[in-house]
Design a protein around this ligand. Structure first.
Ligand SMILES: [Zn+2]
Length: 680
C-alpha cells in the first residue's frame, strides 16, 4: 500500500467532511465514520511523521508543545477604521463619499463583531500562516492555535496567493458555559477569544468554541473589481461569510445584482442607511454573539483605490459604533499588582481624565490576554468608559504610540519577590507563599470590612506593622503586643487603645465571617453562609469533608459549583492553612456557627442524586426544587455524571437533558415531580 497516497486521500476526505460539518452544517457521514477516518490518519501520521502536513486535519486537536508567536510582517494593508457614533454623522460621511466617488457607488454594511482580528495567508491552496492584527505592519504568528478552529479552511481550491481578514469570536452562550467551568473567569467573550489565540498550548485552544467570519479578501490574481464578488468567492472557497449583510446603492441594477449574489441581503437606496443603522443597533441583542457596531465599506475596488487612505485609516470605509467613548486619555504606565492568592493584575495608570463628574486615573487591565486583545502599550491614546457607571475600563486603543510599537508584556518575575511568574488560564501568578506582597494583601483581606471588619487595622496601619516586621502573618494580629507602638510616629496612646479594642472585638465575629476571612478562593461571605446553612456549621466538618476528596460533597449545595468545591478541598487540605486555623482557634476566634433548624420532611429521596435543569413554573427560583429534594434526603448536584440518578427537567433544558438521556438516568418533568412530592 502506498501510505503516502493513502494519507493524502484521508486528509482530503477529512477536510471535506470538516467543511461540511462545521461551515455548511450539512454532514454527509455519521460521526463514528468520521472518527474512524481520523483515527486511521492519526495512526499513519505516527508511523510516517515525515508525510504529515502542517494543514493535516489532525492539527484541529492541537498540541501539547509550547507555542511561540514570532512577529511577521503583513503583506496586505491591515488598517484600522475611523469611527463615528451618530447615524446622522454617518449619513454625512456617505454623502461626502458619494460626492467624491460619483453617484451610483455601492456601500456594503457588515456587522462589527467584538472578537479578535486575524489575517489568514494562503499560498498554493494551503494555509501558510495566521497573523494577529498587531500594529498593522507586524502581527504575531498564531497559526497553530488558528488551525484548531474547525471553521478555518486549512486547504482551499485557489492556487494563487490569497490573504483573508476575519474576526474570531465566541457566541455569548458558549462563553457563559466555558466561563462557568474555569476557575479564573474571563471578562467577556472578546477577551476569551483573544486570549485563546495566544494560548501557549494549542490543545487548550482546541477546547474553546471559537468561530470565524471573514470580511475581506486580497486575491493575487485580481479576478474581481468588487467587494461583494470577493465575499461570494470566499464563500465558495469554504470561508464563513456573515450573512447579515446590507447593500446600499442608488443604482438599481447594482442592487439587483447584489440580491442575486446574496439572496436575502437588505438592498436599498443610500437614503435608507440611517434607518438600517438604527434597526441593527436595536436588534443587536438578537444575534448570538456580541457586536459593537457596523462597518460601512465602498464595494467598488477602483473607487477604493481612488479614495485612498490616510496615514491610519482607509477613506473608503467607516465604522459606526453603537456606543460613544466617554473619554480619551493617555496610558502613562502599567502598574503590576500581586494579590493575596498570587494573581498578577496589571493596572493602567492614566493621565487624569474626567468622566461623568469624577476624575479617573487608574483602570484594571485584568491580565495579559486583555492587554493583548486591546493591543495596548504605554504611550497609547485610549478610550475610557465607566462600566455600569462605576468601574472605569480601557475600551480600546484610539491611536498607537509611535515610540512603543509593540504590546505591553507583563514582567517574567514577581516585582516583589523575583519569583518567576506562572501562567494559569488567563492569569499569571506568583507562586511564592512567602512573597511579602501576597502576605501583606492577605492581612488586608482578613481585616477588611467584608471579613473580620477590624476597622482600626486599615491598609496604612498594616503596611506600617508589616514593614516593621511586627505583624507578618494573620496569627501575629492576635499575638503582637500593640504596646510596642507607643512612641511611634502617628500612634498616640488613644489610637493604640482603639487598635487593641478592635482586635479584641474581632474575636466575637460570627463563624461566617471567620470562614470568609480564611481566604479560601471562591469562598466569600455568600458561599460561607451557604456552607453553614447546609450543615457545614463547624470548621472541623469542613476539614473532614475536604479530607474525603470528593468535590460532589460540596457541589451538592445549591450555589456551589464544581470549581468552588475543588477549591474548598484544596484549601482545607493544605497543612499551612490547617495550622492557621489551629492558631486562630487558640486566639479565641469562632469556628462553630449558630445551629440552623433542620427541617427534614422525610427520607424518601435518600440515596438519590438529582440534577436540575431548565426553568419551572412552580419552582422558581430552582433553589425551591433543590430544597424540596434535600428536605427528603436527596442530594442535588450541578452536573450530570455517572452517579446522577434523576434529572429534573423544566422547559428549555439544554445539554444536560441530552447527557442524562445518554447515561440513562430517570428524567422527571415538573408535573411528575409535584406528584412525587405530593404522594410522599
Ligand atoms: Zn511574589
Amino acid at each position: 500500500m502506498d501510505y503516502r497516497k493513502r494519507m493524502e486521500s484521508l486528509v482530503r476526505e477529512l477536510l471535506r467532511h470538516q467543511q461540511l460539518y462545521h461551515v455548511l452544517a450539512r454532514p454527509e457521514i455519521p460521526d463514528a465514520e468520521y472518527d474512524r477516518l481520523l483515527d486511521e490518519l492519526l495512526l499513519l501520521e505516527k508511523r510516517f511523521p515525515q508525510f504529515a502536513g502542517a494543514n493535516s486535519p489532525s492539527r484541529r486537536v492541537g498540541s501539547d508543545l509550547d507555542n511561540t508567536f514570532p512577529e511577521r510582517p503583513h503583506t496586505v494593508p491591515v488598517l484600522s477604521l475611523n469611527k463615528l457614533y451618530q447615524p446622522q454623522e454617518l449619513g454625512q460621511w456617505l454623502l461626502k463619499t458619494e460626492a467624491a466617488a460619483g453617484c451610483g457607488v455601492g456601500f456594503a454594511i457588515e456587522e462589527k463583531i467584538d472578537g479578535a482580528s486575524i489575517v489568514l495567508y494562503y499560498d498554493q491552496g494551503e494555509l501558510q500562516y495566521a497573523l494577529t492584527r498587531g500594529n498593522g505592519l507586524l502581527g504575531n504568528d498564531v497559526s497553530d492555535n488558528v488551525r484548531t478552529i474547525s471553521q478555518v479552511p486549512l486547504r482551499i481550491a485557489e492556487s494563487s496567493r490569497l490573504a483573508v481578514r476575519g474576526e474570531i469570536y465566541i457566541k455569548r452562550d458558549d462563553f457563559e458555559r466555558y466561563n462557568s467551568g474555569v476557575a479564573e473567569k474571563y471578562v467577556n467573550p472578546r477577551n476569551l477569544a483573544a486570549g485563546s489565540l495566544r494560548n501557549l498550548k494549542s490543545v487548550q485552544t482546541a477546547r474553546v468554541p471559537l468561530n470565524i467570519f471573514v470580511y475581506e479578501g486580497f486575491f493575487a490574481n485580481e479576478f474581481s473589481r468588487d467587494h461583494l464578488e470577493i465575499l461570494q468567492r470566499l464563500r465558495e472557497l469554504g470561508f464563513r461569510v456573515n450573512p447579515r449583510l446590507g447593500f446600499f446603492c442608488d443604482d438599481k441594477g447594482k442592487r439587483l445584482r447584489a440580491q442575486h449574489l446574496f439572496p436575502g441581503i437588505s438592498a436599498a437606496p443610500v437614503a435608507a442607511v440611517e434607518e438600517y443603522l438604527r434597526r441593527q443597533a436595536a436588534s443587536r441583542a438578537d444575534v448570538p454573539y456580541d457586536i459593537d457596531g457596523l462597518v460601512v465599506k465602498v464595494v467598488e475596488l477602483a473607487v477604493r483605490q481612488e479614495l485612498g487612505t490616510t496615514a491610519h485609516h482607509p477613506r473608503w470605509a467607516m465604522a459606526y459604533k453603537f456606543e460613544s467613548p466617554q473619554a480619551r486619555t493617555l496610558l502613562l504606565d502599567v502598574q503590576i499588582q500581586v494579590g493575596r492568592n498570587g494573581r498578577v493584575t496589571p493596572v493602567a495608570l492614566l493621565k487624569p481624565v474626567a468622566i461623568s463628574g469624577s476624575t479617573v486615573t487608574r483602570a484594571t487591565l485584568h491580565n495579559q490576554d486583555y492587554i493583548d486583545m486591546l493591543e495596548l502599550n504605554v504611550g497609547d491614546e485610549v478610550s475610557i468608559s465607566r462600566r455600569g457607571d462605576v468601574i472605569p475600563a480601557v475600551e480600546e486603543v484610539l491611536e498607537k504610540s509611535e515610540q512603543h510599537p509593540g504590546i505591553f508584556q507583563l514582567p517574567g518575575s514577581c516585582p516583589f519577590c523575583s519569583t518567576l511568574l506562572v501562567k494559569e488560564g488567563a492569569h499569571h501568578f506568583c507562586k511564592n507563599q512567602a512573597c511579602p506582597e501576597r502576605r501583606r494583601r492577605a492581612l488586608n483581606y482578613f481585616c477588611a470590612r467584608e471579613q473580620m471588619d477590624i476597622e482600626t487595622l486599615g491598609e496604612k496601619t498594616i503596611a506600617f506593622l508589616f514593614a516593621k516586621g511586627w505583624v507578618q502573618s494573620i496569627p501575629d494580629i492576635y499575638s503582637f503586643d500593640y504596646g510596642l507602638l507607643a512612641g511611634q510616629e502617628g500612634f498616640r496612646e488613644k489610637k493604640i487603645v482603639r487598635i487593641r479594642a478592635g482586635v479584641e472585638a474581632s474575636k466575637s465575629r460570627p463563624f461566617v465571617r471567620v470562614l470568609a476571612a480564611l481566604g479560601c478562593e471562591g469562598v466569600a461571605a455568600a458561599v460561607a453562609a451557604d456552607l453553614i446553612a447546609h450543615g457545614f456549621d463547624d470548621i472541623d466538618k469542613i476539614i473532614a469533608a475536604a479530607k474525603k476528596n470528593d468535590w460532589e460533597i460540596f457541589a451538592a449545595i445549591e450555589g456551589i459549583g464544581e470549581t468552588t468545591a475543588r477549591l474548598l478541598i484544596s484549601h482545607f487540605s493544605k497543612p499551612e492553612n490547617l495550622r492557621l486555623i489551629d492558631s486562630l482557634k487558640t486566639a479565641g476566634l469562632k469556628f462553630v456557627g449558630e445551629k440552623t433548624g433542620g427541617d427534614m420532611v422525610n427520607d424518601s429521596f435518600a440515596g438519590q442524586i438529582w440534577v436540575i435543569t431548565g426553568s419551572f413554573v412552580q419552582f422558581n427560583p430552582r433553589a425551591l426544587a433543590a430544597a424540596a429534594i434535600e428536605k427528603r434526603g436527596g442530594r442535588v448536584t450541578e452536573n450530570v455524571s455517572a452517579r446522577t440518578t434523576h434529572l429534573l427537567a423544566g422547559s428549555h433544558p439544554g445539554s444536560k437533558l441530552a447527557k442524562a438521556e445518554k447515561i440513562g438516568c430517570k428524567i422527571i418533568r415538573e408535573n411528575e415531580f409535584i406528584a412525587l412530592l405530593g404522594a410522599l
